[in-house]
Design a protein around this ligand. Structure first.
Ligand code: GTP
Ligand code: MG
Length: 377
């Protein structure tokens, strides 16, 4: 996958089809501009089309593709980024028509992950996701080659395609093997620590403040915090005291986002497994975000996708320090009365959060249900 340069100048494009929630569409476009910013692409303009359904060949209709072309020339842009998922055919046609590179949200997210991956595990996971994504988008030229051999038949085009992809497939197999070895090592480590303490995993939308919360709850923690999307790609675990005789392992992991590429979910499985295997999940959301319910929906959908839907969970409303009492924060705390309002910045609500974690674990964690005297701390 080609890395974009720091100087990339882009135009955002979005198709809003009938039935799509308009506020969700505009939030999604706003989020895409944050994603492109994180990926190092400067945005000079944006273009949206409302249409009954996508055009099979170019997603946008013909007239809108011409408008987009005019914008590209006016700004001398060198990349167009679509918020909608493009198939290989549409991507190829648009790039040919516009004469510049065309990518979609999935590729931007993959690019950010590639830039941010630090640990060897994250690097392997990202490379695997990128290759699987590339294989899923066989270039149109290659697809046409295949058709020369006849649809559904083995022929010269088919073997050419297989030859083209063979090195990528070999690399995928190699990366899967390496990832398997890393997972086995991690499993041993996690089983060893789990014998002693319950595991509480923080999950939630990217930028909700999970890493800040880990630092606030574990004073010597130095988790990386940044006001950008996908600051964290690795799992960080700290042993924290909840009460004088109660300790838990608190973990922070990669955040979620709407339309998180499936290839990433699959290759980050072991990182996300920390949620599946947890005794308790802290679902952290940014309470100052006006449409918290959208972020929560994405969180619960992603948890279901990774198989963590049945893990007991506690909703944590972070960033309660933001805004005055008449803003959305107040409405959010009213809408979710059983959630714990906190501020990882000011420390507000952290004692209540610890108390709630203890109460939840006493209900659901076997380790803490042992007869007194045998219970470990
Ligand atoms: N006002 C306010 N800002 C906060 C609070 N908690 C975190 N932030 C800010 O929110 C931004 C994101 O914080 P992170 O802790 O990196 O968020 P995260 O959930 O770990 O994000 P990812 O790693 O990308 O998933 C940073 O600029 C933090 O300083 C809070 O309680 N109040
Ligand atoms: Mg983080």
């Amino acid at each position: 996958m080609v890395e974009t340069r720091e100087t990339e100048l882009g135009i955002l494009a979005q198709l809003v089809t009938t039935g799509m929630d308009t506020h969700e569409a505009s939030d999604s476009l706003l989020e895409l501009s944050r994603l492109t910013d994180t990926a190092g692409i400067r945005i000079c303009d944006r273009i949206t089309q409302n249409r009954h359904k996508p055009d099979g060949a170019t997603l946008f209709g013909r007239g809108k593709v011409q408008d987009l072309k005019n914008l590209v020339h006016a700004f001398d842009a060198n990349i167009v980024i679509f918020d909608n998922e493009l198939n290989a055919f549409q991507q190829y046609n648009l790039a040919k028509e516009l004469g510049i590179r065309v990518m979609d949200r999935t590729e931007v997210i993959l690019q950010i992950f590639a830039r941010r991956a630090r640990s060897s595990e994250a690097q392997v996971q990202v490379e695997l996701a990128q290759l699987q994504f590339l294989l899923s988008r066989i270039p149109v030229t290659a697809t046409q080659q295949r058709f020369k051999g006849g649809i559904g038949m083995k022929g010269p085009g088919e073997s050419h395609l297989q030859l083209r992809n063979a090195p990528m497939r070999r690399r995928v197999a190699e990366l899967k093997k390496r990832l398997g070895a890393i997972h086995r090592r991690n499993k041993v480590a996690s089983v060893n620590s789990r014998r002693k303490w319950p595991v509480v995993s923080m999950v939630g939308y990217t930028n909700a403040g999970k890493s800040t919360l880990l630092n606030a709850l574990a004073p010597r923690s130095d988790a990386y915090v940044d006001d950008r999307l996908f600051a964290t790609l690795d799992t960080k675990t700290r042993l924290i005291w909840l009460k004088p005789n109660r300790r838990v392992l608190l973990t922070d992991t990669v955040g979620f986002i709407r339309h998180l590429p499936h290839a990433l979910i699959a290759s980050f499985k072991s990182t996300l497994d920390i949620a599946v295997q947890a005794d308790l999940l802290l679902v952290v959301v940014d309470a100052s975000y006006p449409h918290v319910q959208d972020h929560l929906k994405v969180c619960y959908e992603t948890l279901a996708e990774i198989g963590a839907q049945d893990v007991p969970s506690l909703l944590v409303l972070n960033k309660c320090d933001k805004g005055s009492s008449d803003t959305s924060v107040l409405h959010v705390t009213e809408r979710y009365p059983s959630a714990v309002p906190v501020s990882a910045h000011t420390g507000y609500g952290l004692d209540l959060l610890k108390q709630n974690i203890v109460e939840e674990l006493q209900k659901c964690c076997m380790l803490w249900q042992l007869p007194s005297g045998t219970s470990r701390i």
